[in-house]
Design a protein around this ligand. Structure first.
Ligand code: HEC
Length: 143
């Protein structure tokens, strides 16, 4: 009986760590420092890389140009304001820390306009916006 419980325990731990790995709960999701939390929010919640990171011909991300800006590879089916290029956000070259926090909380850029679709108008709370900006500012600007 004890052996069965032991085997069940090992299986449970193995499944637990696989699930944990897949969902990222062992990774930055549990991090409390703003930069790691920001990386988690950018890469796993906002999926910013989908638009803002360039890819090679096979569709794989170019790691040395992470979040370095990329063309948008699709168009809307109905007319709407549209931006065909996702600008570089590594290092956030066009915004100060505070301007970028405001942008992530309101969708408003420093010049008072809003980013056009397909950029999603995020409405993060200040803590999450601070974390996202801390992470993006930690990346080297490729401009
Ligand atoms: C579905 C595509 C898409 C996703 C996902 C996306 N963006 Fe964007 N983003 C864009 C496009 C396109 C623009 C340019 C909009 C314009 O020119 O009006 C933009 C603009 C921006 C800008 C303004 C940059 C500047 O120099 O004006 C910032 C900052 C930004 N995005 C950050 C983010 C962050 C952070 C995330 C993830 C939390 C994200 N974006 C996710 C497409 C996207």
């Amino acid at each position: 009986m004890r052996r069965i419980i032991g085997v069940v325990g090992v299986v449970a731990i193995t499944i637990g760590s696989l699930v944990g790995f897949a969902s990222g709960v062992n990774g930055p999701a549990t991090a409390t420092d703003p930069q790691s939390r920001g990386q988690y929010l950018v890469e796993r919640v906002g999926i910013c890389q989908d638009c803002h990171s360039p890819r090679d011909d096979a569709g794989a991300f170019l790691p040395d140009q992470w979040l370095g800006g990329a063309p948008i590879g699709f168009t809307p089916t109905t007319p709407m304001p549209w931006a065909g290029m996702a600008p570089p956000i590594a290092g956030l070259p066009t915004m100060s820390h505070e301007q970028a926090v405001h942008f992530m909380m309101s969708g408003e850029k420093p010049d008072g306009t809003e980013a056009r679709p397909p950029h999603p108008e995020y409405r993060l709370n200040r803590e999450d916006a601070e974390a996202v900006v801390t992470y993006l500012k930690s990346l080297t600007s490729q401009d």
